[in-house]
Design a protein around this ligand. Structure first.
Ligand SMILES: Cc1cc2nc3c(=O)[nH]c(=O)nc-3n(C[C@H](O)[C@H](O)[C@H](O)COP(=O)(O)O)c2cc1C
Length: 171
């Protein structure tokens, strides 16, 4: 697909077919995450690929019971090594969440390009997700996404117009 078409067509998908995502497609999508930029090129990320139905169900429960998450063939859990990431972004913050968000968005857009659905999942209980996936104590969970063939075509949710969100020269 043409790049801008991919961006326009991506939607948060909350219904999935049971159809498998072929490994070569999944690997292309993961590669898109791998090559994402990060502060100082530290790449503080780790992605957990979850296909086991039992683990997927447990993870969906830890995502505030969003059961559709487990419907998809794959769940990706985006983790960050907080202490490894650059700690002085803007002079005041750690880059770990931004680094992970960029890589996850690469993954999400690559999935859209492959005709797959995703949904950024920010509503999760980090402690529960870490227990289920045996994530080390010093590693943070930033986001999850299901990846699978869509069983719905969500409507365009609309966005604020450019003139509300952009200014020139000053705020
Ligand atoms: C940080 C963040 C957290 C989100 N968390 C959830 C979530 O837990 N569950 C969900 O169904 N959608 C979640 N979403 C998806 C948004 O609701 C969705 O992107 C927004 O409504 C716009 O719809 P669209 O993605 O279809 O364009 C999240 C999105 C972001 C960026």
């Amino acid at each position: 697909m043409e790049f801008y078409e991919v961006i326009r067509k991506r939607r948060s998908v909350r219904k999935y077919q049971s159809k498998k995502v072929p490994d070569d497609i999944l690997n292309r999508i993961l590669e898109a995450g791998r090559i994402a930029p990060s502060a100082k090129n530290i790449q503080p990320w780790h992605f957990i690929i979850i296909r086991d139905p039992e683990i997927k169900n447990k993870v969906a429960r830890a995502c505030r019971g969003q059961h559709f998450v487990a419907e998809a063939d794959v769940i990706i859990c985006g983790c960050a090594r907080e202490k490894l990431a650059w700690g002085r972004m803007g002079g005041y913050m750690s880059s770990f969440a931004v680094d992970l968000a960029i890589a996850m968005d690469h993954i999400i857009l690559a999935a859209a390009n492959e005709g797959l659905g995703t949904c950024w999942i920010g509503a999760f209980n980090e402690k529960e997700v870490k227990e289920i996936l045996r994530i080390p104590e010093d590693v943070r969970v930033v986001a999850l996404t299901p990846i699978g063939y869509p069983a719905e075509q969500p409507r365009d949710r609309g966005r604020k117009p450019l003139n509300e969100i952009v200014s020139y020269e000053h705020y």
